[in-house]
Design a protein around this ligand. Sequence first.
Ligand code: CA
Length: 515
Amino acid sequence: MNKLQTGWLYTLTGAVSAVSLAACMPASKPYNIVYIMTDDHTAQMMSCYDNRYIETPNLDRIANDGVRFVNSFVANSLSGPSRACMFTGKHTCGNKFYDNTTCVFDGSQQTFPKILRENGYQTAVIGKWHLESLPTGFDYWEVVPGQGDYFNPDFITMNNDTVVRKGYITNLITDMSIDWMENRRNKEKPFCLFIHHKAIHRNWLPEIKNLALYEDKTFPLPDNFYDDYKGRPAAASQEMSIFKDMDLIYDLKMLKEGKDLSYIERMDADDRKAFDTFYAPIIEDFYKRDLKGKELAEWKYQRYMRDYAKVVKSLDDNVGRVLDYLKEKDMLDNTLVVYTSDQGFYMGEHGWFDKRFMYEESMHTPLIMHLPKGLDARGDITELVQNIDYGPTILDLAGISLPEDMHGISMLPLLKGEHPVNWRKALYYHFYEYPAEHMVKRHYGVRTERYKLIHFYNDIDVWELYDLKNDPAEMYNIYGQPGTEEVTAELKTTLLDLQQQYNDPVRFGPERDKE
Ligand code: CA
């Protein structure tokens, strides 16, 4: 008996009755997985999570028919490190991809696509990779170098050639993914396909046909847009302010003659003409008004929100195309569809764009799933989950036993509608990329259902404590305040326990001093 058949038996004896299973899934048909991950797509900009800003009808299809995780987080809120955590099922200290600036992913290490492949699955990754070394553990891959380009992007092929693909990147990645499912895979074998979008990454360059969308919409300012960062020195010293740090040319397209135009040089002439025609009156108006202070900050915020929303529109359309394809091919009953992002993002909260901080908007990441037949959970799942759990969950779904050294845990019981009483009560987080772009200090911390304790270290030594029930926007650092002694002590114990459990050498207190 091969391992896939073993897995099938595991499923049979696990969650569902033989009767219902026999009706929905023949023994020779293990589950497929379509894993769609975007870059910097935050839950505030998905209407299934937040209805203040935009509509995302296709993403909502996934959430409405399946499950929505409301306490879903990353282990390190930055592209490469987050992807490394996801693929290895380990915190950064375990996979050693600490930051985007100095690290190359060690592709010889264990990843869950490799384990799937060893157990009879076909694996493919298409789109953004961002781990510096070439992909390993995939039957098929085609990835963009670095961050990739929105228009006519380069792709690195399995021959290690670089080819230019004509078109808009979100459409191209979807075209290639559907083509792989339809024409390139072995249809006798189950598969796990990773569709990794560049969208919604900076500099939020919309598809030409969507340029005019949202131009008549005024987005409400977040309540803490004008945060003064009182009691939070690390938050005060960052460089990710919409007002101060968002670039008028690169980010907001207020092109001036003689300035760097490299990001639009890849456009075809017709697209470039449409782009210039659209922006010309906005640019003229902007420079004529010579905005300052709050007027400039709020003008930048509106342009940022509109551009981001336009890029989401193409993404949502393309998620719809994948869902339609799976439906048309009658594959939905047998396929787990995951939609997530490599982390959340600030849409003006604290006055910011970007991510990195352990604060809610960027530690949180959207996670919604269409569940195949046999998995009965529906609606909201409230347990604390993290991107290190994705690998264990997918391996478990495939009936493959989990390697003991993975830090993540399988969410499969949650997908079956169960609520294990011993589910984890705390999540660990560690961000390392400093000094670097946006200047967010190194920090680690622990988040429980109600509290968050953060330690900023390296060239600073500051603790922060938040009561998320009374202060969900994390505006009041209550560390050291009378009455918090007990909860602080408990959280520090939990934090140290997690650092020991994950063998993270950056510890505080007596344990660190021994090392
Ligand atoms: Ca990202």
